[in-house]
Structure formats: C-alpha cells, structure tokens
Design a binder for this molecule. Sequence first.
Ligand code: ADP
Length: 418
Amino acid sequence: MSKATGNDSSGAAREKHPGERDQDILDRRALQSRMSQIRHKILVLSGKGGVGKSTVAVNLAVALAMAGKRVGLLDVDIHGPSVPKLLHIEGMPISGSENALHPVEVACSPGMINVMSIGFLLRDRDDAVIWRGPRKYGVIKQFLKDVEWGNLDFLVVDSPPGTGDEPLAVAQLLENADGAIVVTTPQEIAVQDVRRCVVFCRQLNLPVIGVVENMSGYTCPKCGEHVSIFGDGGGRAMAEEMGLPYLAGIPIEPEIVASGDGGTPMVQAHPHSKTATAFGRIVRALLREELVETENKAGISDNGHAMRIAVPVTGGVMSSHFGHCERFVLFDVGEDGKTVGSKREVVPPPHEPGTFPRWLHEQGATVIIAGGMGSRAQSLFGQNDIRVVVGATGGNPDSIVQSFLEGRLETGANICDH
Ligand code: ADP
C-alpha cells in the first residue's frame, strides 16, 4: 500500500482543471486540505450490493481501532447506508456547522472511531432515490470535504456498490487514496461483478489492496461439517487469476447478523470468532504494508524527524506494565530505515498520568512500541507527535524493534494493563 501523499494542498490544488469553476477550485483545495490530515484512505468496494461490503467496512474500522489506530469511518453508500444501524447510532443528528460537521464518536475499547454516514442526512431511505446525479455527487463531496476528521491513521470509506457514477465519484474525489479492498462472495455471479470492479479500479489508477471473500462457507456448530453455501474459493481464485492479494475469507456466521442488528460489530462482540481472526489477518496485512511503505523509508517518522523508537523494559525484556517500567530503551534508526544505528537506556521520571508522553517527546522519541496501552495514554502520545504501536509480543526489545523495522512485527490484541 503506498502512502497517500496528501499534503499537496497548495500545489496541485492551485492548478485549474479543465472546465473548473472558482468554487470548484476552492472545494478541491478544502477537500485536499482535509484529506491531508489522514495518512491512509481505504475504499471498501463491491461489484454489487448484499455481499457484506458494509459489514466488512465496519468490522475493519473497529479492528483497526482495536489495534490502536486512529480511525474514521465514512459511509457514502447513498442507496443503502447501513453503517448507523451496524453501530447502533441510527438517527443521530448531525452537529457542527455547514463546513465543519462533527463526526459521531463510537467507543470500541481501547480506542474509538469517528463515524459519519450519509444515512444521518436522509429522512427516510428512499430520499436518495429521487436525487439526480449532480446532487448525489455534491452530497458525496460534501461528506468528504466538510467532516472534521482531525488527524487519523486510517479513513475507511464504505462506498456505493457497483461501477456506476457513485463509486466513480468517491474514487475520483479521494484523489490520493491508498486503494480499495474489494469484497465478494464465492458465488460465480458475484465474482464476475467483482472482476468488473477490479477493471474499474485499474481504469481509475486506484490500486486494489486486496480481495476479501465474504460468506466463505459455513461450519455447522453442532456437527462441525463445513458447507459451501455459495460455492467455494471463487474470490481466492479470482484474486490469483488477476494477480491481486487475497486478504481473507470470512465465513457465514449467524452471529454476524445478530451482532450487526444489535449494533456491536462482530470483532468486538466475538473477538475470538473465526470472523474476528480473519479481520485480524486483514489488519496485520495493512499494518505490515503501512510500516514497510511509510516509516521504514529512510528512517524518517511521520513528523519528518529521524526515527527514534522507545520500548519500555523491565528486567531486560519488554515490560507489559508500561506505566511502571524500569527504563526505556531508545533506538535510533539509521538512514536506511531498516537497521538500528545506536541505542541507549534512559530511566523515566516517577509515573504520573501524562508524564511519559511529554518526557519521551523531550527525549526525541517518535515511535513507542508497547504490549498494551490505554486509549487516553495513546491519545497523549499522539498529541506529543509519538506514534504508538500496541499489541507487540515477545520479550527482547532488540528483536522487537528489528521485526518492526522489517515490517514483520506481529501485533496482537492491545493488552491494556489497567
Ligand atoms: P452490503 O453492504 O454489501 O450491501 P451488508 O454488509 O449490508 O452488505 O450485508 C448484507 C446482509 O448480510 C446483512 O444482513 C449482514 O448482517 C449479512 N452478512 C454479511 N456478511 C455475513 C456473514 N459473513 N455471515 C452472515 N451474515 C452476513
């Protein structure tokens, strides 16, 4: 996944596109400026409706937040905005001003996601049906441009299905998206639709991050027999045939319907289910890519400084009790971004809430790798320009940092100490 360049709000935005009016230029500038605060933008697409695109978008956003990322979820599926229902935030009034809409915050321990849905705008589901093309385009643009997302690691966009004008508008408006995750079911007809969807992405120069096969078989909870209700492996075969990464297969699980109806996404309601494991795999693939493509480049961190990684240790191994570690090891990453140039140990001041982020910032740390960390501490580190990687396992700080730099650090659940 390539890092979104995003911060070209001055240069590219000033150029006038053919036929563009002054208002269009202002809008484009506003959109680019808004989007420049978001590191990665991922579209969730499908060849047709009903294959589980929104279910994937919601669970992916929550799984990323559970892995310690700052996440936004934007639902612009104009004819079937189901995100509010899936998160139990239906009918929320939109607050803020016309050009600065506030997203709805949804807690998903240990983090939260910022959510905005076109569904908040529709009085009833049929409203959008009577909108003409330009109105739909305008509404989608407004949602991308005017929502106050703030600084995010990921924005997951639940896009309208198919390859018509609406997904086209989303893909074009999100000029520098990292790419699309394409959702399909194993059924031949869905796979054909998804092929069209992949061709559509290629025509738009939108990278396809990978394919997710949803409703990928059902295992009977009583006898354990596996039944391929919609066929078997169609999504995987299509991904192979088209040279695309196959990210995961999500089984049919009745709990997905129940948790969706109940407003608690499956990855949260059933964190040990096969579905949650599949989303863990997708998140790890995204984060591995993210690490390789962005931070490892020339050892430069997000804020443009040389990368200095802090790891809390006690008795020589990574401390799972982050707030009460004996010391921090600070690793300075070389210019190649792949090796450690030097390291030193520092003893922290007495632990009080808020002390460590400030103090580590003064020590020049740009990244902290921890086993677990509460959401409040994560946000304080973020405010101090320190990127947080949580859920790291393994004891030896040197090998943890090396794995991180090589993009193969396995991160599991955020085991928060408190
Ligand atoms: P789309 O966004 O593609 O229209 P949805 O995510 O709204 O699809 O899903 C359609 C329906 O299928 C919902 O009722 C949802 O709960 C259900 N569903 C989605 N994925 C699964 C699955 N893996 N197992 C069981 N039900 C699922």
